[in-house]
Write a protein that binds this ligand. Structure first.
Ligand code: TRP
Length: 328
């Protein structure tokens, strides 16, 4: 079975875009791949997080992944900080990455260009820790969004260089950009990605959102005056986005949706979209409520920690022997 690894950065509440674009895909991947999914809580703190909020987001994030169907018996789910080897291999990777390479990373450059204050060393060396996260477990694939692709490419470069210098040590991973339709857009501005940093907060539906509020957001989603439910992302971006949401959550194709709403208005269509969204949320929320009351999060993380630790210890040991920092 091929291995797939992903890090999840829980810096805010998970939303419908995360669910359709990432969580639900992950759950599908579990049957096809050996999935390793960890919570990148070290990467989180490269930008200041209010501690109480971070603590809550961490737990919610794991609980929501479990609620969406990530199965701790099939997959390996753990906290990055539970495996100390990440930070250590991270430093070793940092010593095998050139300043020139880090200077080229657009995530860092964008933050610099925006003149963000108090940029930390952590945000600068972020990709070296990410390389360690990946190379530790020899995955075949790393599913990432467009914004993280450059980091995975850097990881490959560093791994290839390391293997050439010290002998075969790391498997060279491939980025896996999700299949079509993974991008859900803001309900208010369908040219922007659905995001928690949405100013009005009307464009984004959270997985733990009250159903009445979610319904309201769908009903007031931005559309157009063409009065025709047709998949045309260029001229009818808002409708296309709602169709995408409906199709992802109900497994109906675009043409099936077009046919179903052929002679109906946007009101009827939106109501149907709101129904599937609310069904999905209700299902996730009832599982989440059960999980958060129990100790399932702790149990899942402990199972994951045990599995991951074994692999991490082996790999770090191998690396340290190769580079000569062990007395043996
Ligand atoms: N940087 C990733 C993000 O912002 C999170 C992450 C950390 C990650 N380590 C990783 C993703 C390793 C894939 C593999 O989403």
């Amino acid at each position: 079975m091929k291995r797939m690894l992903s890090g999840i950065k829980p810096t805010g509440q998970l939303h419908l875009g995360n669910y359709i674009g990432a969580l639900s895909k992950f759950v599908e991947y579990q049957d096809e791949y050996d999935v390793i999914a960890f919570i990148a809580n070290l990467h989180c703190i490269t930008v200041y997080q209010e501690p109480n909020e971070l603590r809550k987001n961490l737990k919610d994030c794991v609980a929501l992944y479990l609620a969406c169907g990530l199965d701790p018996d099939k997959s390996t789910i753990f906290l990055q900080t539970d495996i100390m080897e990440h930070a250590q291999l991270g430093f070793i990777m940092c010593c095998n990455t050139y300043l020139g390479e880090l200077n080229r990373m657009t995530q860092f450059k964008d933050k610099q260009a925006k003149n963000e204050k108090n940029l930390t060393g952590g945000i600068y060396t972020y990709p070296t820790l990410m390389s360690a996260d990946i190379l530790m477990y020899d995955p075949d694939f790393v599913p990432v969004g467009e914004d993280q692709k450059q980091h995975v490419e850097l990881c490959r470069d560093v791994a290839i260089r390391f293997n050439n210098k010290y002998g075969d040590t790391f498997k060279i991973p491939s980025p896996l950009i999700p299949k079509v339709g993974a991008r859900i857009m803001s309900l208010q501005d369908p040219n922007k990605k659905m995001s928690k940093s949405d100013e009005t907060n009307k464009g984004c539906i959270y997985l733990l959102e009250d159903l009445a509020s979610a319904r309201k957001k769908i009903m007031s989603a931005k559309t157009d005056s063409l009065a025709c439910v047709k998949y045309d992302p260029i001229n009818q971006a808002g409708i296309a986005n709602l169709m995408q949401i409906m199709s992802s959550l109900s497994n109906k194709t675009f043409s099936e949706i077009e046919k179903e709403f052929e002679n109906k208005g946007y009101g009827d269509f939106k109501k149907a979209v709101a129904d599937v969204v609310c069904d999905t949320l209700a299902n996730i929320q009832s599982k989440y409520n059960e999980i958060i009351k129990s100790n399932q999060v702790e149990i899942a993380l402990e199972k994951g920690r045990i599995k991951a630790e074994k692999l991490a210890k082996e790999k770090l040991n191998q690396v340290q022997l190769k580079i000569g920092i062990e007395i043996k």
